[in-house]
Design a protein. Structure first.
Lengths: 77, 352
């Protein structure tokens, strides 16, 4: 029998992304191309955002390149 | 039920509707029995309930964000959990998957400091969403007790082969994205991954990947932690080579070894393929082979039964359980590819 325990994957739907980014005052920066992937340092946009890391009341973003996504996933709790 | 109908009747009468209670009680089985069967089926098959929930949510996803989220997560959860159920892979992937949607209003309560949250797209991109969720799920949940003892290149190849199998089985429209965009990068992560991926994909085609390879890793892989790295490599290479020879075996060849007894992996395979043995001597010779394997202190005995011997499966299992101190762990119907036979259905049982 599979364990009743399930791995929880916390996810944000792209529909909710704008509100969350605005809440942390980072939406404008994202639109203006001022935010960079915390892994590869490429510019992150609404089209290529792959994950968010929440650190000390700030959001760090990663892009959706395969390498970066996998790296981010390794940090999932 | 009568109480419920009586309440409904009272309520309707108070609203100046006069409904005949006898009429309601006479027709309720027409509605409630099929509904009960459907509800029971969905309770017994929660992954199907998730998939149906996702389909229904998709109908109203345009009007509701909650429905849109549910349509994405239900579809992915349902497919992944279906795979585990279909392949009885609970030892290999012991945890299910559950989405927790983070929104503007629950962010503070759901997301802890330092935590990563992945982004999921609209349900119309669910092939890509599926891949992203699959990568996160297998990274966390594939052989969780064992993965740290397996060298990177073999673990990576194992994960990729399993991911490809899951995609082929549950979301074949994502296969092209996986092969074009994900596989090439990941094959280069560790040198040697591509070589092992080829070997394991071949085992998958021939029917020995999830049935024996993964099952034994889950069962005996923990013992690898007691070995030095070069011993680990020797153990795993020898086990993979054993399975490769088995996969490449000619059906009439009696010289290929059907068992391996190393420090970690102690496996025997009994193949029930020659009908004339069963017709002339019954299932006795196979029962004896299985019992002998346990006498020789093998951990796992895999019994592979090819057509047209399927009718003997249950009596074989019963006889083995009756005459030895072993238990059938699982019985699976599998699709195999064998030399001179080609693709064919088979039944495999595991005794431990």
């Amino acid at each position: 029998m599979q364990s009743s325990y399930k791995k929880v994957l916390k996810a944000i739907h792209t529909y909710d992304l704008e509100d969350i980014l605005k809440k942390f005052n980072q939406y404008e920066d994202l639109i203006e191309g001022n935010l960079h992937c915390w892994i590869c340092n490429d510019v992150v946009t609404l089209q290529n955002i792959g994950s968010i890391k929440f650190i000390d009341s700030k959001l760090m973003l990663s892009c959706n390149k395969q390498v970066c996504y996998e790296q981010a996933v390794k940090e999932l709790k | 039920m009568y109480f419920l109908l009586a309440l409904i009747n009272i309520r309707l009468q108070s609203m100046n509707f006069d409904i005949d209670l006898n009429f309601l009680t006479s027709i309720w089985p027409v509605y409630f029995i099929p509904c009960g069967i459907v509800i029971l089926y969905l309770i017994m098959n929660p992954e199907k309930a998730e998939l149906w929930g996702s389909i229904l949510s998709r109908l109203i996803a345009f009007f509701s964000r909650k429905a849109e989220r549910r349509s994405v997560s239900g579809d992915i959860q349902g497919r992944l959990n279906s795979f585990v159920k279909k392949y009885q892979a609970d030892d290999v992937l012991p945890y299910g998957l559950r989405f927790k949607w983070v929104t503007n209003s629950n962010f503070e309560s759901f997301v802890q400091n330092g935590e990563v949250v992945v982004i999921m797209n609209n349900h119309q991109n669910n092939a890509r969403n599926f891949l992203n969720a699959l990568i996160a799920w297998t990274d966390q949940g594939l052989l969780p007790q064992v993965k740290n003892f397996i060298p990177n290149e073999i673990m990576q190849a194992t994960e990729l082969t399993l991911q490809e199998k899951i995609i082929q089985s549950q979301r074949s429209d994502a296969l092209k994205i996986f092969r074009d965009e994900i596989l090439p990068t990941r094959l280069n992560n560790f040198s040697g991954t591509a070589k092992y991926k080829d070997k394991l994909s071949n085992l998958d085609r021939t029917g020995y990947f999830d049935t024996i390879y993964l099952s034994e890793l889950a069962f005996a892989g923990g013992r690898l932690q007691d070995l030095l790295l070069n011993e680990v490599m020797t153990e795993l290479n020898s086990f993979i080579e054993f399975l490769e020879r088995l996969a490449d075996r000619d059906p009439i060849d009696d010289t290929t070894p059907l068992s391996i007894k190393n420090t970690v992996f102690k496996v025997s395979v009994v193949i029930v393929a020659k009908s004339f043995i069963i017709l002339t001597r019954g299932i006795g010779p196979y029962v004896n082979r299985i019992k002998n394997a346990f006498t020789e202190k093998q951990d796992s005995i895999y019994v592979l039964i090819r057509k047209p011997n399927f009718t003997f499966v249950d009596s074989l299992i019963g006889k083995v359980e009756e005459e030895s101190n072993t238990k059938k762990i699982w019985k699976k119907e599998i699709l195999m590819m064998a030399r001179k036979i080609g693709k064919s259905n088979a039944i495999m049982c595991l005794f431990r």
